[in-house]
Write a protein that binds this ligand. Structure first.
Ligand code: NAP
Length: 275
């Protein structure tokens, strides 16, 4: 088996969602030979009890091990800098360092008509989508520097390149993720670190389905009609799959992508992104 990521230690955030891009990415990196660290919030309860995301995380870890890979599970809310630092510290101690970071955790919190977005929506959107991504990068970069390089892939969105009405806080914070990505590439490219953003369009996950339902309710049309309207602007006339995004992320993490840095790459079935 071709294992381009053999002996690489990879952290993927936001992996609990059974339909999500994070889960598909962790599996794809494992198929490429990486040792996996999967993280999400609510793996543990506040009192150390079993959290709501414990079961899907356990199942994913088992699937990864069934592929022949190793997998460790961490409870990390990306809005909690101490939890991020604790996780990375432990990974460095136990695995010797970090080679690949996929900042996948994200949320459409504040996906509302612009005038309805409240301070709490702006704050949470910023803390999850931008600050969580930035602080995970800050936590792993020292280890990557001491290993002579690494690959960071941030899951932005076509909402980080253009804008769809009704997603103000999401659009703004995903644009910021693209800016963050370019900053890290410029600052650490000389040290062998690549940092790129993937910019998925419509991908068939729970997040996407919920957004379509909300837009359908607001417009007073059926979910099917809203899906048809959203896909009308997609050359492929369909949503993408998490596996299609995972394949791009695995490529960006691998040896064939060492000269790609600071890029924000749309994976959108041909959605116009420069709105
Ligand atoms: P998803 O299924 O909702 O996955 C998002 C994951 O992030 C979930 O596991 C979620 O956990 C986790 N998460 C949320 N807040 C977190 C926090 N504070 N700390 C740690 N983990 C947190 O959505 P997805 O569609 O796979 O999205 C994955 C990424 O792709 C996101 O960054 C999203 O913005 C981006 N993206 C998605 C699409 C699309 O059409 N689906 C398009 C462009 C970009 P819980 O389930 O417990 O909240």
């Amino acid at each position: 088996m071709d294992s381009p990521l053999a002996n690489k230690v990879a952290i993927v955030t936001g992996t609990s969602s059974p339909t999500g891009i994070g889960r598909a990415t962790a599996l794809e990196l494992a198929r490429h030979g990486a040792s996996l660290i999967i993280t999400d919030l609510a793996v543990e309860g506040a009192d150390g009890s079993v959290g709501t995301n414990a079961a899907p995380m356990r199942e994913l870890a088992s699937e990864i091990r069934a592929l022949g890979g190793t997998c460790a599970v961490f409870d990390v809310d990306v809005t909690d800098r101490l939890a991020i630092n604790r996780c990375v510290e432990q990974v460095v101690n136990e695995h010797g360092g970090v080679d690949i970071l996929v900042n996948n955790a994200g949320s459409t919190v504040g996906a509302l008509p612009f005038l309805d977005i409240e301070s709490t929506h702006w704050d949470l959107s910023f803390r999850i989508n931008l600050k969580g991504t930035a602080e995970f990068c800050q936590a792993v970069i020292p280890s990557m520097l001491s290993r002579g390089g690494g690959s960071i892939i941030n899951n932005a969105s076509t909402a980080g390149l253009g804008a769809e009405a009704g997603f103000g806080a999401y659009n703004a914070t995903k644009h910021a993720v693209v800016g963050l990505t370019k900053t890290i590439a410029a600052e650490f490219g000389p040290n062998g670190i690549t940092c790129n953003a993937v910019c998925p369009g419509y991908i068939a996950t729970d997040m996407h389905t919920e957004a379509t339902k909300r837009l359908a309710t607001e417009a007073g049309v059926s979910v099917e009609e809203m899906a048809r309207r959203r896909y009308e602007g997609v050359a492929a006339r369909r949503a993408g799959t998490p596996a299609e995004v995972a394949a791009l992320i695995a490529f960006l993490a691998g040896p064939g992508a060492r000269y790609i840095n600071g890029s924000a790459i749309p994976i959108s079935g041909g959605t116009p992104v420069g709105l």
